[in-house]
Design a protein around this ligand. Structure first.
Ligand code: G3H
Length: 539
């Protein structure tokens, strides 16, 4: 294996030309108030998780750099968004829903032209496989289309009047103001755009800061953003989160904070806002989703779902299965089969056909994972699969750990990587206690057949997590389903329809249904005197 790993990374010359980057990408541009500005200050190098082999050595490939903006530019971006919102009187928030949809459609058509570039950068920047990178791009386009359709429906539902107890009213959704959108590195396009576009299309203006990694891939879309939206509606900045985002929060001018990251990071940033009650937060945070494999589970199905759940994109999904509770009576068979299935997974470079395990983008990640494995071994766990935990540079071969117990760090910490801890249990209460006492509550998976046992667990867990998956891995999709979490795992609910609601608030115009009031309202509508109070219907 060590020989195989030694040759894991390619020589420069063997990288297929179809995915070769056009060269070192020194990206100095950022978008503020409709202007593409060139940065002349410090830059942050972008190291690809992909290394290249030079003789006997492997070196991480540096593929470009991005601007390290300061609080000054961040505040300029914020001013751009505040100006474009203009207390709700700006062009964008005052625009009709149909016109805003038109701008988003324009962006979408320009975005589709950049598919190849963005997909290549997803592979180079975060090591996502070609298939999954394409899926992320296409799923994001579909999400935008679904968002448009959902908004049309929402708008149709609000285009009439309600009459209740002698009071007539039109109830519509209006934007909050300025939204700050930040996404995670594991879905730098999809998760970011799944808050950015609902925020925009509802009439908010936005400051968007790309994720820690997966930053260059926004570059091909900068012109599309600039050309598709009025000045200041979307502002895109780069740099260290604490300096840029912190200073924006301190102004109190951010109205909506959409953030996917750690609860620690979210707490620190939220606290900086001087008027917390004015800040609406939509947060997707940490998770330690468990699988509970009951004695009567279909072991083959549980194994294949747990492999997918634990190791898709090397376990770097917030929804990944991060700890497996397996009943003692089947744990040996389960562990053997799981290890055998993992051995079948192809590892290599993101562009290789059929590959599923790839190098990791976070600096120091392989050392962190090795530390978790060492710690678990110290408290009695064994590495159950051949070559488990072997590393080379940015690549970590999955490690199946068994038996895992509560003394080990991996029992609590979100590994966000290819380490699969297995906890044997005798009584269901052991797994129930884990869920109840966990700080996190995103999702869990139950594997079993007995309807009575499953029903009991569903009832116990429905107050603990946002989604209970039966005989299936945890996942966010389909995007029409609600995606949320309890405790430190999330704030607010996202789905195509929910996202439109979280970035807007209902405002109503109400009056007693007298003849004179009806006449005023009738005149406003007939003469098209108001953009809020109208009965336009989007077909
Ligand atoms: O990282 C968290 C993502 O929302 C997970 O989405 O379950 O579709 O991979 P997914």
């Amino acid at each position: 294996m060590s020989e195989v790993l030694a040759n894991l990374f390619p020589e420069e010359k063997s990288i297929p030309t179809s995915i070769t980057l056009p060269g070192y990408m020194e990206q100095r541009e950022y978008l503020i108030d409709g202007k593409m500005v060139t940065w002349h200050g410090d830059m942050s190098p972008v190291a690809s998780p992909v290394c290249v082999r030079i003789g006997h050595k492997t070196e991480q490939k540096i593929i470009g750099s991005t601007p390290l903006l300061t609080s000054k530019e961040a505040l300029e971006a914020l001013d751009g968004a505040v100006g474009a919102y203009d207390q709700g009187h700006g062009v964008w928030p005052m625009m009709s829903v149909a016109e805003r949809i038109h701008h988003v459609e324009l962006f979408l058509s320009k975005m589709r032209e950049k598919r190849q570039e963005v997909v290549n950068l997803l592979m180079w920047e975060i090591g996502k496989t070609l298939k999954d990178s394409e899926k992320e791009f296409d799923r994001t386009c579909d999400y935008i289309v679904d968002t448009i359709n959902s908004l049309k429906q929402l708008d149709r539902n609000s285009s009439g009047f309600v009459n209740e107890q002698g009071i007539m009213a039109q109830i519509r959704r209006v934007p909050y103001g300025v939204a700050l959108c930040m996404g995670p590195y594991n879905y730098p396009l999809n998760e970011t755009f799944s808050t950015l576009f609902p925020a925009l299309i509802m009439g908010n203006t936005v400051v968007f800061k790309p994720a820690k990694y997966g930053v260059l891939l926004i570059r091909p879309l900068l012109e599309a953003f600039q050309q598709s939206f009025p000045a200041g509606v979307i502002n895109i900045i780069y740099g260290r989160g604490r300096e840029t985002v912190g200073s924006m929060m301190e102004t109190g001018k951010v109205d909506v904070f959409a953030f996917i990251g750690t609860n620690k990071g979210a707490n620190e940033l939220k606290k900086l806002h001087p008027k917390p009650h004015r800040l609406k937060a939509i947060l997707g945070l940490d998770a330690k989703n468990p699988a509970i494999v009951l004695p009567d589970a279909d072991i083959d199905n549980a194994v294949s779902e747990c492999v997918l759940g634990s190791l898709s994109f090397n376990g770097q999904r917030c929804t990944a299965l991060k700890i497996l509770f397996v009943h003692k009576s089947i744990v040996d068979e389960f562990t053997t089969k799981l290890s055998a299935e993992i051995a079948k997974l192809k590892f290599g470079m993101p562009w290789e056909a059929g590959v599923s395990l790839t190098p990791l983008p976070e600096p120091g990640k392989t050392n962190y994972l090795t530390g978790l494995v060492d710690d678990a071994q110290q408290y009695g766990a064994n590495i159950m699969n051949e070559h488990g935990g072997e590393t080379i540079n940015t690549f970590f071969y999955p490690a199946v750990l068994y038996p895992v117990n509560s003394k080990m760090k991996v029992y609590y910490e979100e590994q966000f990587g290819p380490v699969v801890p297995i906890v044997p249990f005798e009584h269901e209460e052991e797994a129930i206690d884990y869920v109840v006492n966990s700080n996190f509550g995103q999702q869990l998976s139950i594997f079993g057949k007995d309807s009575k046992t499953i029903a009991r667990l569903i009832d116990l867990f429905s107050s603990q997590v946002g989604r209970i998956n039966l005989n299936t891995q945890c996942q966010r999709g389909p995007d029409l389903f609600p995606f949320n979490g309890r405790k430190d795992s999330a704030e607010g609910t996202l789905s195509v329809a929910d996202a439109l609601r979280v970035f807007s608030i209902r405002t109503l115009v109400a009056t007693k249904s007298t003849e004179s009031n009806k006449k005023i309202i009738g005149d406003i509508i007939r003469n098209r005197e108001s953009s809020f109070l109208c009965t336009d219907y989007i077909f």
